[in-house]
Design a binder for this molecule. Structure first.
Ligand code: ZN
Length: 332
C-alpha cells in the first residue's frame, strides 16, 4: 500500500471521536502485517490507543490522533489532492508517519515507536491514558503530528474553556420591574469581556476569546431567570492572569465554571526547518511523560474541521521525508 492508498484507506473508516474502534483495529492489523509489535491500550469500552514498537525501549516516537471531528466525509482524490474528513487532520499524517517509520526500519533504525491516540478532538482522554503508559519513561522525543503546513511548530497556544452563568428573577414580561433579566446581565458581562484587552505574550502572540455558545431564557413573554455563555480562550500566558481578569469583570453579576484548561507549550527548535507558533492546542500538554515534544505535519489547520478538508499529495510526500530526517537527527 503506498502513501496515498494508506491515507484514503484510513479515511474510508469513519472515526469521529467516540467511534475509533474500527480504525484502531485496522491500524493494528496493518502494522502487525508489516512486522511491528502492536498493543491496543484501552481508554474506554470501545476506544483504544494504538502503540507500535520495533524494540523494547524506543527513544523517538511519532504520534498523532485517530479520531476526527464530525461529520464523516468519505475520501475523494485527483492528481494533486486528497479530499475528505481526516485528509490532513490527521489520517494523512498517520500514513506519512507509517511510511517514514518503514523507511527508517529498512535502514536498520529500530529505536522508534508509533503512538496513535483516541479522543484528541474532544477531551484528550486517549493522551491522558497514554501518559501513564510505561513506555513513556524511555521516550526522549515525541514528534506529534498536526497540520502545520510542514513547518516545525515551536510553540502552541493553550486553551481555557469555561462557562459564565447568570441568574435573575422570572416575571411577566409586561411588568419588567417585577423581575430581573439574566440575559441582560449576561450581555453586559460579555460586552465588558469583548472590550477588555487581555495580556499577550511576545513569543506566543495574542490572547483571543471566542464566545462560542450562548443560551438562556424561558419564553418571549417571561423575564429570563437564567442564562449561560461558553467561551474558549486561546491562552498565550498561564491561566492565572486571565482568570483574575475575568473574575474582576464578572464580579457578583454571575458565576464562572471552568471546563478545562491546557496551558501554552514551547516545543523543541531544530535548525533547517521553517518554524512558527501555532494557535491551536494538541495532545502534547497531556503527554508530559513522553520526553521533549516537537510538532510537525502536512496540511493546513485552516481547512481542518471544515467540509472542504484536503491535503496536497506533494505535502504528504514532503512530510515523509521530514519525519525521516527529523527522527534521524534526534536519534543521532
Ligand atoms: Zn488534529
Amino acid at each position: 500500500m503506498n502513501l496515498f492508498e494508506l491515507t484514503t484507506k484510513l479515511m474510508e473508516i469513519p472515526s469521529v471521536s467516540g467511534d475509533e474502534e474500527a480504525v484502531g483495529f485496522f491500524l493494528r492489523d496493518h502494522l502487525q502485517a508489516l512486522g511491528w509489535t502492536v498493543e491496543l491500550q484501552p481508554v474506554s469500552e470501545n476506544q483504544n490507543n494504538v502503540i507500535a514498537t520495533l524494540n523494547d525501549t524506543p527513544r523517538v516516537w511519532l504520534s498523532t490522533h485517530i479520531d476526527t471531528v464530525p461529520p464523516f466525509i468519505p475520501p475523494t482524490e485527483d492528481d494533486e489532492k486528497i479530499y475528505g474528513r481526516g485528509a490532513c487532520d490527521a489520517k494523512g499524517i498517520i500514513a506519512a508517519q507509517i511510511m517514514a517509520a518503514e523507511i527508517l526500519r529498512q535502514e536498520g533504525i529500530e529505536d522508534i515507536g508509533l503512538l496513535y491516540t483516541v479522543e484528541e478532538e474532544r477531551s484528550s482522554t486517549g493522551a491522558k491514558a497514554a501518559n501513564e503508559h510505561p513506555l513513556a519513561a524511555n521516550c526522549e522525543y515525541l514528534i506529534n503530528g498536526e497540520p502545520t503546513d510542514n513547518d516545525l511548530a515551536i510553540g502552541s497556544k493553550g486553551t481555557f474553556r469555561l462557562n459564565i452563568k447568570t441568574s435573575g428573577k422570572a416575571a411577566h414580561s409586561a411588568y419588567p420591574e417585577e423581575g430581573e433579566s439574566a440575559i441582560e446581565k449576561l450581555l453586559d458581562i460579555l460586552d465588558d469581556i469583548r472590550h477588555t484587552k487581555f495580556p499577550d505574550d511576545e513569543f506566543f502572540g495574542a490572547t483571543t476569546i471566542n464566545i462560542g455558545v450562548i443560551s438562556g431564557g424561558a419564553a418571549l413573554n417571561v423575564i429570563p431567570p437564567s442564562a449561560e455563555a461558553g467561551l474558549a480562550i486561546r491562552l498565550t500566558t498561564n491561566r492565572e492572569p486571565i482568570e483574575k481578569a475575568l473574575a474582576s469583570i464578572v464580579r457578583d453579576r454571575g458565576e464562572i465554571e471552568v471546563l478545562s484548561c491546557s496551558e501554552p507549550v514551547r516545543m523543541l527548535e531544530v535548525d533547517g526547518f521553517d518554524q512558527k507558533v501555532v494557535r491551536f492546542t494538541t495532545d502534547i500538554p497531556h503527554l508530559p511523560n513522553w520526553g521533549r515534544p516537537l510538532l510537525l505535519g502536512p496540511g493546513s489547520i485552516l481547512v481542518a474541521h471544515t467540509k472542504d478538508e484536503f491535503v496536497l499529495k506533494k505535502d504528504l510526500e514532503t512530510a515523509v521525508e521530514q519525519y525521516v530526517d527529523l527522527t534521524k537527527r534526534l536519534l543521532a
